[in-house]
Design a binder for this molecule. Structure first.
Ligand SMILES: C[S@@+](CC[C@H](N)C(=O)[O-])C[C@H]1O[C@@H](n2cnc3c(N)ncnc32)[C@H](O)[C@@H]1O
Ligand SMILES: [Zn+2]
Ligand SMILES: [Zn+2]
Length: 306
């Protein structure tokens, strides 16, 4: 089990409950861990990896043209990365006091296994409240299908929809007449994907994302980017904010996590960088559980259209 979770200290209660194995994220991770089908190397995949696809994932994250092209790889991704990514969103929601929103209508572009949804759900359980959640996740990788079905089963109380589409096609299909009802739009670890794999389309993405999404969001809505703390990626978030100001009254707040190497990005530090979940020992022993939280976050508040 992990070191004492700092929220316990903050609230003076032991929230590391016996329910940890029924935490929604652990239900998903157990499903994914049980779905891995390897006999040394992957059975249906040309790559020769024997270690839960960690090497495959690192190749993808450090610029190999290879995408998430193996089911074992995506299951391993969820087991290793989702505690960290979900915690990053959980810390952000807690620190920004997003419980003033009566409901969360979330759009996530490049949703993968929806770490953000698990982070929002964890945040709600930590502050001891509930909110109606609707969640639309857009992803073009069909390999997520079983994971997405499982997420819908885990959260019957939420209204979750998945759209199997390329993000650019999804944006192109939004017409001038469409009004969007999302109050949260989340780009989580997708800008780095663009930076690595389709840099030539980043200008197009910024333009379309701003005009097809931000311009159409209702008053008092939020656009979050949560991604690696790297200048290339930070600068995409900065350009989205600049572009958003053309047709909207917006303001931007930047956050990062403590204990990260010094750099001149700026932004406010969150107080904690630990995982907000209990990771079962069997999962901790089997996977390379990523921690601590280390992302750079941009939060754009849209007050209203100009
Ligand atoms: C690094 S993963 C991040 C997943 C998830 N947002 C998270 O935080 O764990 C990137 C995801 O973006 C998806 N993706 C990449 N390019 C895409 C595109 N052009 N259209 C739709 N999805 C895309 C991939 O399939 C993958 O699920
Ligand atoms: Zn494989
Ligand atoms: Zn592999």
């Amino acid at each position: 089990m992990q070191a004492v979770f700092n929220w316990e200290v903050k609230f003076g209660v032991n929230i590391k409950t016996k329910e940890s194995n029924i935490m929604p994220i652990n239900q998903l991770v157990e499903f994914c861990a049980g779905s891995i089908n390897k006999d040394g190397k992957c059975i249906d995949c040309e790559h020769n990896c024997s270690n839960n696809c960690n090497i495959c994932l690192q190749e993808c994250h450090f610029g190999s043209p290879r995408g998430y092209d193996c089911n074992n790889m995506i299951y391993c991704y969820t087991c290793s990365y989702s505690y960290k990514y979900a915690s990053e969103i959980g810390h952000l929601f807690y620190n920004l006091g997003f419980n003033r929103f009566r409901q969360f209508n979330i759009l996530n572009l490049g949703c993968g296994s929806c770490a953000d949804l698990f982070g929002v759900d964890r945040y709600l359980s930590i502050v001891g409240t509930q909110r109606p959640i609707s969640y639309v996740g857009v992803d073009n990788n069909e390999r997520w299908l079983e994971t997405h079905n499982q997420i819908q089963t885990i959260f019957p109380q939420y209204n979750i929809e998945f759209i199997n589409s390329d993000i650019f096609d999804f944006l192109d299909n939004i017409t001038d007449d469409d009004m969007l009802e999302y109050n949260f739009v989340i780009l989580q670890y997708i800008l780095n994907e663009f930076n690595l794999h389709c840099r030539e389309r980043i200008d197009e993405f910024i333009e379309k994302f701003t005009h097809k999404i931000i311009d159409k969001l209702p008053e008092k809505s939020i656009v979050i980017t949560n991604d690696i703390n790297h200048n290339d990626v930070r600068s995409i978030s900065a350009r989205i904010f600049n572009q958003s100001q053309i047709n909207n009254l917006t303001s931007q707040f930047l956050y990062r996590f403590p204990h990260q190497p010094l750099h001149d990005y700026g932004g406010e530090n969150h107080p904690f960088d630990n995982l907000m979940f209990d990771v079962p020992e069997v999962i901790e022993g089997r996977f390379d559980i990523k921690k601590p939280c280390s992302s750079a976050q941009s939060v754009i508040f849209k007050t209203r259209n100009r």
